[in-house]
Write a protein that binds this ligand. Sequence first.
Ligand code: NI
Length: 262
Amino acid sequence: MEYPKECILDEPLIFDSHAHLDDAKFDSIRDELIPAMSGCGVMGIITCGCDINSSKAALMLAEKYDFIYAAVGIHPQEISKGENADEIKALCSHKKCVAIGEIGLDYYWEKDKAEEQKELFKKQIIIAKELDLPIIVHDRDAHEDTLNILKAYKPKGVVHCFSGSVEMAKEILKLGMYIGIGGVITFKNAKKLPDVAQIVPDDKLLIETDCPYLAPEPYRGRLCHSGYIPLTAAKLAEIRGVSAEDILKLTAKNAKTLFAIE
Ligand code: NI
């Protein structure tokens, strides 16, 4: 297991608002990795489901570890499975389920199923609103339709791994939603993201990994986990003119507020 030494913190300050701890890439190290993270500065992780099975797996991890919380949902990339959102609704009654996600639109992978994606996205938003849960939104190459749906339904939640423009970020913020920023901010080709990172108010910023993917520099391409977040926090701190510790503290506070965690 690779744990970057410079990311080990004395205090638990890290709240990763978006992970996929059930991913098969963690299978051989999961039982070692999760307790290690908790000893190295990670205070909380939201692990997100992508279909019915991975949502159940997220709940099982949340049951097993105090500092792990689950989001349940059907990801747009899984649209072809034809799964029923009502099954997601049933999973929401679990006491460690804190959100519906990840849900949204993906026109990079499944553009030919845009209509089905929109229907499933709306259906899951309606469930979230009924249950008063926040949503975790995936938007890849689908900015306009994502924004239109969010404007129409006005759910609470976060647009994770934000990849839109500053203008779009402002629209999302107007809706009272949060902006999630991850390791991409450390990449040299993160064109618009530094400008977005500058304008998000302190109380609307979330930090995340989307692990096992998107490890921050200088570890780009490596198997990522929540322990890498101090590198993302350092970059955000540089952009926003504060300390990395400030970024970790405010993003942890925001995650607890949005996901109603004590
Ligand atoms: Ni994700």
